[in-house]
Write a protein that binds this ligand. Sequence first.
Ligand code: IMP
Length: 435
Amino acid sequence: MTLVATNLAILGLQWGDEGKGKLVDLLSARFQNVTRFQGGNNAGHTVVVDGQSIALHQVPSGALHAGCFLVVGSGVVLNLEVFLKELENLRTRGFDLTGRLLLSDKAHIILPHHIALDQWREGGANKIGTTGRGIGPAYEMKASRMGIRMGDLLHPEVLAERIQLGYEEVKILLGPTGTLASLETITANLIELAKPLLPLIGNSQDYLFQAWRKGESILFEGAQATLLDIDHGTYPFVTSSNCSIGGLFTGTGLPPKALDHILGVAKAYTTRVGAGPMPSELLDATGEELRKVGREFGTTTGRPRRCGWFDAVITRHACRTNGADGLGIMKLDVMDGFPEVGMVVGYRDGNGGVTSLLPACAADWAEVQPVVKMYKGWSAPTRGITDPKDLPAEARTYLAALCDAVETPMAYLSTGPDRNEGYVTPGCFLEPLLG
Ligand code: IMP
């Protein structure tokens, strides 16, 4: 396996769960470094190795490739208990990460009262269907200067004092009926949990900078996706980090010049978990069929995903936001056998006008009606196709229209879950990386 000398970002273009994991798994073997730069254990994908499936939530992909160095960047929020379990799970399956894992001293820690606050909110009127993992409150504490960073673990004598700031506020919010462990317990548990991780904490920004300067390759692994981005997504139904391109730079500390290529990943249809606008959603038998055939249930929470036709409006927005050089189009085979397949090509607003731009506010989103264009489906299976020439003509027409609508060429087409099911567009920037 030859290594590549290029830096590549893989970013989701919809509401997450696009199948980034398959591409990251395929590509990470070729890279010297893989880094996560935002999100926490709200993310997740399953990797299948020798028939065994391993769920990764916080450990960067690349864990399964011995030559790959893994970096958890400063923009990530970490649940240490979950992280340790993940490391242990990997170790018992023969993947020892000793000597090839670095945790940013600036990454923030998810604490038990963050999780309690997340779940308390989800029980109220402002429920948005979070994963309940404390992600939002951990980022809130970061922004309100009450967060605990990994580097703070190296100063256990001041931990209780720092944790107390946020803890007291959460206690007031939750009220007398809220059940929170004591500050002393939370601090003592954190100190105990942190012990095996202390040697892994360091200056990830400098590590990545030096790697870049030496010409080592870096794969930037996005979690969640653009429509869940706190700024550029369907606010307020979003996660709490910047999952689009800006988050890569703030979450690693590397400059834009360090990046060579941006691969945007989208399913050939659309899914979303949690509440919030989804104009292409199909609440009928077709949506049910997509869910069934595509096995659309969350990796992290097991929740059924909402399913609908490909939404070219949100995906074009995501391509523009990220400056995607090419598309990874996933799960085309799930659409095999549908007599017709649809694509949302515009939004009708409350006044009858049609736009291809996203509204900013939830109230405007509520007015949106999708403009759906139907295409003839294909009856021949696309599952496992590895040569563009083998695609049914109708599938080719559909994919061409999709790329046109989102103004981005196709770089990779996935035609099944296995590594060898799919192909790279000949001549595109991915060819030297996956070839
Ligand atoms: P949070 O990230 O747990 O705060 O959840 C905020 C929103 O983002 C909810 O709608 C979640 O379902 C969604 N979300 C968070 N992480 C993922 C993911 O990895 N895939 C899909 N949706 C996600």
